[in-house]
Write a new protein. Structure first.
Length: 174
């Protein structure tokens, strides 16, 4: 089962996704994709780590997400990836966006994924609701993330939009 959890900044998507992970059949794995490139991001990552249970195994990855999912899915009943937006940004920075997007989508479509029965939860930002972005790079990122969210939502069994800490089911049921 694939679940996509979308939301804006501080919408409660990560906390809600973590609860869903811990409610799923285990063993569980948290996969973080953010890179600590500045002080604010380092603090944000520390806060997320602090909020996770100490017993929850965590894997920090960057652009290697598709490879990590292929490697880890057989050993885990549920995997939470937080988040697709940071992963996509890293792919764009590495000039590997097209190849890695295709690799991730292929990974999710593989019949072995369904056979193993691993529950995958993906957190991603829904950022296309704001004003038009000022720079070409920002517009590219927003459009690319919007497309990736659409592609994952198309494969997902469940899509949830988090607004003010409340889940709104867009696809599937609670």
């Amino acid at each position: 089962m694939i679940t996509l959890i979308l939301g804006g900044e501080k919408s409660g998507k990560s906390a809600w996704a973590l609860q869903r992970l811990l409610q799923a059949d285990g063993p569980h794995l948290f996969v973080g994709t953010a890179a600590a490139q500045d002080m604010e991001m380092r603090q944000r990552i520390r806060e997320h780590r602090r909020q996770r249970p100490a017993h929850l195994p965590a894997l920090e990855t960057n652009i290697e997400l598709p490879e990590a999912l292929r490697r880890e899915r057989a050993d885990h009943g549920a995997i939470l990836v937080d988040s697709l937006d940071f992963w996509l940004f890293a792919c764009i920075q590495a000039d590997q966006e097209t190849r890695l997007r295709t690799e991730l989508l292929d990974c999710l479509q593989e019949s072995a994924l369904k056979m193993v029965g691993t529950r995958l939860l993906f957190v991603s930002s829904e950022i296309g609701l704001g004003p038009i972005q000022a720079t070409p790079q920002t517009r590219h990122f927003v459009r690319s993330l919007g497309l990736l969210n659409q592609q994952i939502a198309g494969l997902a069994d469940e899509v949830v939009l988090m607004v003010a800490g409340l889940p709104l089911w867009l696809k599937g049921t609670s």
